[in-house]
Design a protein around this ligand. Structure first.
Ligand code: 5GP
Ligand code: ZN
Length: 113
């Protein structure tokens, strides 16, 4: 997707503060952090949102969570963290390339909505 900002970040065409990369996944600091630690974990394949996960591409979700566990260890989030993915208009998804927010580094609130 040539006009997708996360595809551009993955390709290095837009700078980002990378924290992790493998053959399937890229992770970087959110530009507008909502917690002490706020990382975005994105698959390198352009998939619009969690509403587009199918039997053919669902392995990427496992790879994202594998990466999340590694990143959490690396960043010292042993007291816990939260992973969120927003979907569509009601979910307030602003970037239409599936991404998982990894939030932590402090006590988060119980409210999730
Ligand atoms: P969404 O609202 O779609 O769930 O999350 C999109 C996230 O991407 C937001 O938290 C926003 O701050 C972040 N974001 C948008 N553009 C950029 C960018 O160019 N660089 C980085 N690092 N984060 C971005
Ligand atoms: Zn994309």
């Amino acid at each position: 997707m040539s006009d997708c900002i996360f595809c551009k970040i993955i390709k290095g065409e837009i700078p980002s503060k990378k924290v992790y990369e493998d053959d399937c996944v890229y992770a970087f600091h959110d530009i507008n952090p909502q917690a002490a630690v706020h990382i975005l974990i994105v698959p390198k394949t352009h998939i619009e949102s969690a509403a587009d996960i199918t039997a053919e591409n669902s392995m990427i979700v496992g790879r994202v969570f594998e990466a999340a566990a590694k990143i959490a260890k690396e960043l010292g989030l042993e007291n816990g963290f939260r992973i969120v993915t927003n979907v569509g208009k009601y979910g307030c998804q602003s970037v239409k390339h599936i991404h998982f927010h990894l939030l932590g580094g402090e006590q988060l609130t119980e409210k999730m909505s």
